[in-house]
Design a binder for this molecule. Structure first.
Ligand code: C5P
Length: 501
């Protein structure tokens, strides 16, 4: 049995219109994961990727973790213990049978001290020894003696990684509850190209952070699939110009991250030209206009977006692609290593997208739909095919109403748990309650965007959340906090409310 993490079983009650404090326990969990899982043993084995471990150790320290390093004999051929000692401020552990070392922090003490062990890079030899349960050096012995979770980041030549013996060992290790970070693909130090690279130190840190956050967060959204819309939409006037709004997408991205940390599978449909990095574990689909966003949302909710053609490699410039109607780009960031190497492009099936159609309950691929996007209410009646010239003194645009994505999805799928957002400048509560009923929502989160210190581009937010009548609660106030913190509180509220259904 691995080390049991702190018991996070919850017991919270919320009443009419109360201010959030009783949720604070949960919302603070993610921020305190560094306290709950502070002690990390970083084990380095023999491979050229060992040089990345020095930077990784530094990043762990900067993120607030306490780090103790184990180096195998092979690792010391690539990088010196002195480097790691200087970076971590702790003596490096290299030997199982060293009297002096055992007199300091012995192997059993080290195994007990660790809240988490991460082996990066893990060589093929180490994988084999761990899979066999051997205890022939300090690293393998500590892994046998610990109850802490162990994350393994293998790195080796692509041909070695593809070998059936290595595959078998990896499977054995997964079966034994070790957590594997898949190696990244690309050019290798030996000149080969393929899978086997150690992910970059920043990606390793992201993976560790997500792992710790998940381990220390109540998994209220486990087994749930959530589709979230985020960002503005962009409505073409001509090939050069468009109508849009000031939405940054930050709230939707923070919510996507919080939902993954609470155990959900998340698809994030991003409108406009949001350049925020995709949270690890989130599948992202980029669209431009409201119409594209509606089609993407409809397909994701019923799962038909999966029938797409895989394209070659991830392209960092993909946000700059000139998007056309009925095109979307999906970045699958669901790899644990955050290597972001999948890029899908596909064409939507054309359909009569604006009419709510009752779907069979069993056809839904999604449990929860959250609409944080600031969808443009109007679009031009017809985008000009060529750039409009400035020959006239004035010009007018004829606008038509965009589909209401939230209402369309909600009314078509009554069995979905649906969450809306409302940005208002006055009469916040009245408008929010009206929308809750009109769009048949389970929850609506609303904020006053006339306040300069919260909303849109700000990193902070404050909200009131209103519940549909069928729930025992009426409203919750989320006091001003970072969007990350607000998102964690919302994820908790969504998880708790879903259970009351
Ligand atoms: O009606 P209003 O635009 O204020 O409603 C806000 C909510 O509706 C938000 O959740 C927003 O994402 C969603 N919405 C939508 N499609 C629209 C307009 C708003 O999904 N065309």
């Amino acid at each position: 049995m691995r080390k049991t993490l702190p018991n996070l079983s919850h017991n919270c009650y919320y009443k009419r219109n109360f201010i959030f404090p009783s949720f604070f326990y949960y919302s603070s969990i993610n921020y305190s994961y560094v306290t709950l899982m502070k002690n990390i043993v970083l084990a380095i084995t023999g491979g050229i990727a060992a040089y990345k471990s020095a930077i990784f150790a530094r990043l762990l320290i900067k993120a607030g973790f306490e780090v103790r390093v184990i180096m195998t004999t092979g690792a010391q051929a690539f990088i010196t213990p002195l480097t790691l000692q200087a970076l971590t401020g702790n003596e490096v552990h290299t030997s199982l049978l060293d009297e002096q070392a055992e007199a300091g922090m012995g192997h059993i003490e080290l195994a007990k001290w660790a809240d988490l062990i991460i082996i990066a890079p893990a060589s093929a030899n180490t994988l084999a020894r761990l899979a066999m349960g051997m205890a022939d050096d300090l690293l393998t012995t500590v892994c046998l003696a610990t109850t802490a979770p162990v994350i393994i980041a293998p790195a080796m030549n692509q041909q070695m990684w593809a070998h059936p013996a290595v595959n078998l060992n990896v499977q054995t290790l997964r079966d034994m509850n070790y957590y594997l970070i898949d190696p990244a693909s690309g050019e290798q130090a030996c000149g080969d190209v393929g899978a086997g690279r150690l992910p970059e130190p920043e990606q390793l840190l992201d993976a560790v952070r997500l792992f710790c956050a998940q381990q220390t967060t109540v998994q209220l959204l486990a087994d749930k699939t959530i589709v979230i819309t985020a960002g503005p939409t962009v409505e073409a006037i001509d090939p050069v110009r468009y109508l849009s709004n000031h939405s940054s997408g930050k709230m939707g991205f923070a919510l996507a991250r919080a939902c993954v940390e609470a155990g959900a599978q998340v698809i994030l449909i991003v409108g406009g030209k949001v350049a925020l990095p995709t949270p690890l574990g989130v599948t992202r689909i980029d669209v431009l206009s409201a119409e594209d966003m509606l089609i993407a949302a409809q397909q994701c909710v019923v799962g038909s977006h999966i029938s797409m053609q895989a394209n070659s490699s991830y392209n960092n410039d993909s946000h700059e692609h000139s998007h056309q109607h009925n095109h979307a780009h999906q970045h699958d960031h669901s790899h644990q290593d955050g290597s972001c190497d999948c890029h899908y492009e596909y064409e939507y099936e054309q359909s009569d997208t604006h009419t709510p159609v009752a779907a069979e309950p069993q056809s839904l691929a999604t449990d929860i739909f959250i609409s944080t996007a600031a969808v443009a209410d109007y679009r031009t009646e017809e985008a000009a095919p060529q750039k409009i010239k400035k020959t006239q003194k004035s010009m007018s645009l004829s606008l038509v109403k965009n589909p209401d994505i939230l209402a369309t999805i909600s009314l078509a799928h009554p069995q979905l748990f649906v969450v809306g957002f409302a940005a208002e400048t006055q009469d916040v509560e009245r408008y929010a309650r009206d929308k809750l009923v009109a769009k048949d929502l389970d929850l609506i989160a609303c904020n006053d965007v006339s306040r300069k210190d919260i909303g849109f581009a700000s990193d902070d937010n404050a909200m009131q959340v209103f519940f549909a009548k069928r729930y025992e609660h009426e409203a919750v106030t989320l006091e001003k906090a970072s969007k990350d913190k607000i998102a964690q509180q919302l994820a908790t509220i969504i998880g708790e409310t879903l259970r009351q259904r």
